[in-house]
Design a binder for this molecule. Structure first.
Ligand SMILES: C[S@@+](CC[C@H](N)C(=O)[O-])C[C@H]1O[C@@H](n2cnc3c(N)ncnc32)[C@H](O)[C@@H]1O
Length: 227
């Protein structure tokens, strides 16, 4: 297991903040945009039923306070024991298990959603297919496998990645590649949408993002498929 994120247990937010400072936007802004998108996706897919969710490579669990209202149960997993210790301390409502994304500490077909946010680009490319296939393994038929990743075609994203010390190993993948990995893992109804196009969460900006979501413009994208 690669536990290199152990070193960022206390400084994770500071490093992210430094790498995106040029944008004038806070890390919370980026987290809220992801949670907003997931809220819409879950509502469309599961209706009023709150899904249970496994967050693969959850790190220090910064997204978890925003996921809590969307899910019935939240389990986070990561190779970094120190990140999980911090996540446990900050998010007593969630459960955390140490584990590797290619061999998840979860039974087959045991959750409604497997999510990996900004994780695949830290996984060696040769392992991407098995990483996504294992996410699909743990999702019940009809559930969702969801990847959120940096858009390599966005210059601001490229700059943030270049400035981030824990992204030195990052191999970015575009939405097309992410969709192919989901399809290869056996997911159906595979889709993707770019997010984080405008530097504001105003309703007009979210509407614009939705209309332009198929163009590779936003800073990140969400790719998902049905298990
Ligand atoms: C950039 S952080 C993202 C953390 C969190 N998902 C977020 O969006 O804030 C990447 C995380 O992926 C974890 N990670 C990398 N490779 C992994 C693997 N093979 N299995 C599980 N976690 C992994 C790292 O330890 C780190 O915590």
């Amino acid at each position: 297991m690669n536990a290199s994120f152990d070193a960022y247990r206390e400084s994770y937010e500071d490093e992210v903040a430094r790498s995106i400072a040029f944008s004038g936007l806070s890390h919370d802004f980026f987290l809220a945009a992801k949670a907003d998108f997931l809220a819409g996706l879950f509502a469309r897919h599961f209706g009023e039923r709150a899904p249970d969710l496994l967050d693969v490579g959850c790190g220090v669990g910064r997204l978890h306070p925003l996921l809590q209202p969307l899910v019935s149960r939240l389990v986070g997993t990561d190779v970094s024991a120190q990140s999980l210790a911090r996540a446990r301390q900050d998010n007593p409502f969630a459960e955390y298990r140490e584990g590797d994304g290619g061999a998840l500490p979860a039974e087959d077909a045991s959750v409604d959603v497997a999510l990996a946010t900004c994780v695949v680009h830290h996984v060696p490319p040769a392992c991407w297919p098995s990483f996504v296939a294992d996410m699909r393994r743990v999702v019940r038929p009809g559930g969702l496998v969801v990847l959120i990743e940096h858009n390599p075609l966005n210059p601001g994203t490229r700059l943030a990645v270049a400035r981030c010390p824990f992204d030195h190993d990052a191999v970015l993948l575009g939405a097309r590649r992410a969709r192919a990995l989901l399809a290869q893992a056996g997911c159906t109804a595979v889709e993707s949408a770019h997010i984080l196009l405008a530097p504001t969460a105003a309703p007009w900006a979210r509407g614009l993002e939705r209309r332009l979501a198929q163009l590779p413009l936003g800073a990140q994208y969400v790719a998902w498929g049905r298990a």
